[in-house]
Design a protein around this ligand. Structure first.
Ligand code: KIV
Length: 272
């Protein structure tokens, strides 16, 4: 499939096309996303939890994103790849943000970067866009600042909070972002923001009124039993994998594997 372009993503704001993104962190799964109809991959800092066993996203480094991102790019050469800027690598200065974004573009060969924050991140978004790198914003429930938010909580629950979110979205749009991820807000809030900005929204836990949707791969494939309310399990691979591990172990311990079908049965002269 031909890679979607930034102008085509922008056009979803007006042409009614709906597009999808899934997170991905390795070569094998990337080959499957590449074969699918999904247009975009995020090398998400959610790898802190899904790949590295951390409790959250803080602690993920640019080297982590680049290591996994290079593998994903090898598996998905024609998928639009967004590199997720990790906490602490774009909040010190505009120059620091440009430096991290440049590394993602050069070393992963990604197509865009994503970073969290509204008005507080507008200057760095502007700097990265002016350096020639497409930027996707991220507002609402922003996992990197879950500590300031008092946890992973739905955002935009009062009209004041909604207006703050809209001001954040407008600041990111004005700074030059081509798309904004809106996470963890009621459907009506997302629609209100969508109707008042000129760039597409990619929603995760933000309802159906968005131009694009995102899901974390491990959630949508059902790797773990618990998933957030908004994450639909399109498969249930966790129990299937566990069943495969246990069946393999059982067959070996019961002497049922490997049968001749799974063995090299070449006759060796002189060997009974
Ligand atoms: O890192 C991540 O998985 C994200 C999600 C919100 C898509 O940023």
């Amino acid at each position: 499939m031909r890679k979607i372009t930034v102008p085509e993503i922008r056009e979803t704001k007006t042409n009614g096309r709906r597009i999808t993104l899934v997170t991905c962190y390795d070569y094998s799964f990337a080959t499957l996303v590449e074969k699918s109809d999904i247009e975009m991959i995020l090398i998400g800092d959610s790898m802190g939890m899904t790949m590295l066993g951390y409790e959250g996203t803080v602690g993920v480094t640019p080297d982590d994103i680049i290591h996994h991102g290079k593998a994903v790019r090898r598996g998905a050469p024609t998928t639009f790849i967004i590199g997720d800027m990790p906490f602490g690598y774009y909040n010190e200065s505009v120059e620091q943000g440009i430096h991290t974004a440049n590394r993602f573009m050069r070393e992963i060969n990604c197509d865009a970067i994503k970073l969290e924050g509204g008005r507080r991140s507008a200057a760095v978004v502007k700097g990265i866009v002016e350096a020639g790198i497409p930027v996707c914003g991220h507002i609402g429930l922003t996992p990197q600042s879950s500590s300031s938010m008092g946890g992973f909580k739905v955002q935009g629950k009062s009209m004041d909070a909604v207006e703050e979110l809209l001001a954040d979205a407008k600041a990111i749009e004005e700074a030059g972002a081509f798309m904004i991820m809106v996470e963890g807000v009621p459907t009506t809030v997302c629609k209100y923001i969508r109707d008042n900005i000129g760039i597409p929204i990619i929603g995760i836990g933000a309802g159906i009124e968005c131009e694009a949707q995102a899901l974390v791969m491990h959630d949508m494939l059902g790797f773990n039993e618990w998933v957030p309310k908004f994450a639909k399990k399109y498969a249930n691979i966790g129990p299937q994998i566990l069943d495969a591990f246990n069946t393999y172990h059982k067959e070996v311990t019961e002497g049922k594997f490997p049968t001749p079908e799974y063995s090299y049965n070449t006759k060796v002269e002189g060997l009974e």
